[in-house]
Design a protein around this ligand. Structure first.
Ligand code: ZN
Length: 159
């Protein structure tokens, strides 16, 4: 396993804006990518990471919350309901926080590392993380959807 370099908005926003292509076959290379993404996410204390954030334009996402570790290949949201409002940050935008509105519950369909289709339903933080990471696959960054961004003073107060 290896730590990967996280693409930062300040260094390569253009890359983060690109759309990721579907995975056509779950090869050993994709499995190695998942492993490296998990290691990189944990090292950065994040709760989610999309492949585009480590320089790979493939529809691959990892998420880790209290509910567990989730690996999503070619994920598609098939159901969403409710609404939640809260703070959101991104490993590609360190030091920034924004207030967003997201569904309170989402169900996603994806492939696992064995190429098997599965569905995952997440509430609250997991729902927010699923939406945030899937947006990355289409070049969307949470700041596009933020109701407002926190000021540096507000962030300081929180710390
Ligand atoms: Zn992000």
């Amino acid at each position: 396993m290896a730590l990967l370099k996280i693409v930062k908005e300040s260094e390569d926003l253009e890359f983060l804006r690109r759309k990721s292509a579907p995975v056509t076959e779950v090869t050993p290379r994709i499995k190695a990518l998942l492993d490296d993404m998990i290691e990189t996410m944990r090292d950065a204390n994040g709760c989610g990471l999309a492949a585009v954030q480590v320089g790979v334009l493939r529809r691959v996402v990892v998420i880790e919350t209290e509910e567990g570790l989730f690996e999503l290949i070619n994920p598609v949201i098939i159901k969403k309901s409710g609404e939640q409002q809260g703070l959101e940050g991104c490993l590609s935008l360190p030091g920034k926080w924004g207030m967003t509105k997201r569904p309170q519950c989402v169900t996603v369909r994806a492939l696992d590392r064995d190429g098997q289709e599965f569905e995952l339903t997440g509430y609250d933080l997991l729902a927010k993380a699923i939406c945030h990471e899937l947006d990355h696959l289409d070049g969307i960054i949470y700041t596009d959807k933020a109701i407002r961004m926190l000021s540096p003073e507000e962030i300081e107060q929180d710390e």
